[in-house]
Design a protein around this ligand. Structure first.
Ligand SMILES: [Fe+2]
Length: 263
């Protein structure tokens, strides 16, 4: 059995700053980390932490240092991919132990029974994402190496349309090229992403893809063309993915209710 905790879209800023003048994202992440720590014995052992982009809101070196301090209590091997708010070079320096020192921030590694693959969809200066041709071949290659072993594949931009107009306007531009590669892979695969600050499960080329919530904010699931563009302050937790002869994914909310009470 192998378990990977997925955090996404933490949007950390330097000390003293607020996101959009309103959100204290560091406080929100600290609350979630404390919540996870408080239920560690219930969850069972966790093998790694995967962070699926927008670790930082401004791409600053200070925000990455602050992020690392905030997740330190989890004491987990940490793997990161870039989101549209991240900046490659500061991220590369902050996570030099897991990120390549040149080119796109793609990587593959073994965590327990799982082949973990991270892809770089960042187009610096843009909200939308793209997989460069070399990233698509990296994925093809990583699939070949994984064979029939379970794969957990992470990319920031979802490989599906979510229905929230202002987020679909800044989505993955070459979803179809990715789908072609995914359709050719026959082994067990779970695709995980972030970006849309919502838990949405979608079928993609015969596989299941899940987007993670954000610990700091949520975009309303509002499919109307008149939907207001913006965020709500709902803190929505994170995901936990477990491989045990099949994948299981569960959301961990940021708050414990009272109880449990007897039925
Ligand atoms: Fe994003």
């Amino acid at each position: 059995m192998t378990t990977v905790l997925q955090l996404s879209d933490t949007h950390i800023v330097p000390t003293g700053a607020l996101v959009s003048g309103r959100l204290d994202t560091a406080d929100a992440l600290a609350r979630l980390v404390a919540r996870i720590s408080s239920i560690r014995d219930q969850i069972g052992s966790i093998d790694a932490l995967l962070v699926s982009g927008d670790l930082s809101d401004d791409g600053s070196a200070e925000s990455y240092a602050r992020f690392k301090t905030l997740i330190a209590p989890l004491d987990l091997p940490t793997y990161v991919i870039a989101g549209n708010h991240d900046a490659r070079d500061p991220m590369r320096i902050a996570f030099a132990d897991v990120l390549p020192n040149a080119g796109p921030l793609n990587w593959a590694c073994q965590v327990g029974d799982i082949h973990l693959i991270g892809l770089d969809t960042l187009v610096e200066g843009q909200g939308g994402g793209t997989l460069a041709p070399e990233s698509l071949s990296f994925l093809q290659d990583a699939f070949s190496k994984a064979g029939k072993a379970p794969v957990l594949l992470a990319l920031h931009h979802p490989p599906f349309a979510c229905g929230i107009g202002f987020m679909d306007d800044i989505s993955l531009t070459n979803r179809h090229a990715l789908r072609d590669v995914l359709a050719g892979h026959a082994g067990p695969l779970r695709i995980v992403c972030g970006h849309i600050h919502n838990v949405i499960v979608s079928d993609v080329a015969g596989h299941i893809a899940i987007s993670a919530p954000s610990p700091a904010s949520t975009f309303a699931y509002d499919r109307r063309s008149s939907a207001p563009v913006g965020f709500t302050t709902q803190e929505d937790g994170c995901l936990l993915h477990r491989w045990d002869a099949g994948f299981q994914s569960v959301r961990i909310g940021p708050m414990a209710g009272s109880g449990p009470f007897p039925f």
